[in-house]
Structures are given as C-alpha cells and as structure tokens.
Design a binder for this molecule. Sequence first.
Ligand SMILES: [Zn+2]
Length: 145
Amino acid sequence: MGEPRPTVPVVDYLVLDDGPPHLVGSRCDACGAISLERRNACARCGTRASTRVRLADSGRIESFTIVHRGAPRHIGPFVSVLVRLDDGAFVKANLVDVPAEPTAVDLDVPVRIVTYPAGTDDDGTEAIAFGYAYDPTEGAHRDGR
Ligand SMILES: [Zn+2]
C-alpha cells in the first residue's frame, strides 16, 4: 500500500508512539489510587497532586453491555465492557473479536488491550482506537480465584 499512513489516537490517553500501544492515567501522590481520567482531585482521598503513569495492559471484565444503536447511524451491535485493569484503574471500551451476544461474554475473564483503525480523515491520517480482547496467554475460563 506504499507509504505508511500517519496515525493519531482517538483519545489523548492512548499512547501510540512510545513502545507498544498503551494507556496513560494518573496516580494519586498521596494514596496511590490510579485512574484513567485526569481529575482535579483524587476520587478516593481528595489529594490534588498526581503523577502521570502508564496503565496496565491487561485486566478483567468487570461488567459488559451489548450496544445496538439504531437510526441515524446504525452502530453495532458491539460489546462495551468495563475493564478492571491489573493496576486497579477502570476503563470502558469495546470488547473486540467476540460475538455481540450475552452468551459470548463472561465476567472476570482476562483481557488485554488491542488497537484497531477507526477511520481515516480527509488528509489520510488514520485514527486508531483501542479496545480489549480475550487474553490469549491466559486460559479464557481459567479458575483464577
Ligand atoms: Zn488519593
């Protein structure tokens, strides 16, 4: 296809140009709570000081929703998941490579971040989105409790 296209992440907390794609968040300087969103103050203890940190690449499915939007854009169906990352942060994203059926999704399954093209703008810049896929390095139904 010739020249590699320039890419841009669809959200500013997705980092594509510093090693493998990963998310960044903030860690409270006082209590260590990690969150995806940049907050004015820690949700747990109220401290205002925080440090930008790389978030974990893997986690487990905390909850999920099958999304199916009708007119005018006819999106979906797809699976929206709330993932509890291994570092404690919560991230909402799409679950990819899984049929959008309630019986195809399990809670507490290990997942890992993946990226995929989400469209190209008029200048040929490709937007990159992130989601989560079942982690192939872990048994999908391993009894880990
Ligand atoms: Zn805190």
